[in-house]
Design a protein around this ligand. Structure first.
Ligand code: SAM
Length: 287
């Protein structure tokens, strides 16, 4: 995410008033989907049949992490769209530096996706749909641009326990936006469409972070070469602001989980199964 605040005129006192996205924009924190590369690997493992030249779209690609991971792991043409121009520029530079010619980035809005109908084999939407006020319209767009039998890979964050009102209010102040209070069932209802099939789902909890782990992460963010030109005072102020946000989010994520939800746009056969089955635990053998 980016900040429009010009860095050179910022004072440490200004930094104390920045919200989360302005702060991470200032220090160029690389954004990642929940679970990082392990999430991308799980999605690619569970969506078999993606082959060279297939098309993948990520909506809300931010600084490009997931697109670059998918472009590196597959021979697919991987596209990322994000509403933030600065994130798109950052991602393009990163793709060029990595020599990933199959990663493409453009400014775009998830509620008006600038691609034709039935175009993509997979659409990846991580923590983006909760930021889009007209979610139904965005999800309609996700399905519109997917090919027949294409896969919507959604990775939403949700509350599995009710957080205290005080915490919610503080997180909303930190991110400068209302925080959706969705459950996993709410997301499943939103992402489903008549004829679509939720064929894989897996739920994850966030591991609690110690203050030392938060400090080590803040140090890594500030030590990036792109932050070398910041004064020591500004770095200290940004570090203390980041520490505050990450500690707050760590508490909030104690009430949350995320899920990998894979939907096929259509199924070849819609008829219900009569004799349903379940795997016998421990019986699988790979020979
Ligand atoms: C919290 S970030 C996280 C996205 C990230 N790709 C992930 O893996 O979780 C949300 C991103 O969605 C983008 N975004 C918000 N509204 C959008 C919209 N209508 N269309 C496309 N991107 C949008 C923001 O600019 C931001 O980069």
């Amino acid at each position: 995410m980016s900040t429009s605040t010009p860095e050179r005129v910022l004072t440490p006192a200004d930094v104390e008033r920045l919200n989360f996205s302005q702060t991470v924009g200032l220090v160029n924190e690389p954004n990642m989907c929940s679970g990082g590369a392990a999430t991308i690997r799980a999605v690619l493992r569970e969506v078999p049949g993606l082959t060279a030249g297939d098309r993948i779209l990520e909506v809300g690609s931010n600084t490009g992490f997931s697109v670059l991971e998918m472009a590196a792991a597959t021979k697919c043409d991987v596209h990322g769209i994000d509403i933030e121009d600065s994130s798109v520029r950052f991602s393009r530079n990163k793709a060029a530096a990595l020599g990933l010619g199959n990663a493409h980035f453009a400014v775009g809005d998830g509620t008006r996706i600038d691609f034709p109908n039935d175009h993509f084999d997979m659409l990846f939407a991580s923590n983006v749909t909760s930021f889009i006020p007209d979610r139904q319209r965005a999800i309609d767009e996700y399905y519109r641009v997917l090919k027949r039998f294409g896969v919507l890979a959604a990775v939403p964050i949700f509350y599995h326990r009710r957080p205290p009102a005080r915490l919610l209010a503080e997180v909303e102040r930190a991110i400068g936006a209302p925080l959706p209070r969705f459950s996993r069932a709410d997301w499943e209802e939103m992402f489903g469409r008549p004829g679509s099939e939720l064929f894989f789902s897996e739920e994850y909890e966030y591991l609690d972070l110690s203050p030392e782990q938060i400090d080590a992460y803040v140090a890594a963010v500030l030590a990036q070469p792109c932050n070398d030109s910041m004064s020591r005072e500004l770095k200290e102020a940004a570090g203390s602001r980041l520490r505050y946000f990450y500690t707050l989010f760590n508490e909030n994520l104690g009430y949350a989980r995320y899920a990998i939800l894979l939907y096929r746009k259509n199924r070849p056969t819609e008829f219900p199964i009569l004799h349903a089955s379940a795997p016998v635990a421990g019986s699988a053998q790979h020979r």
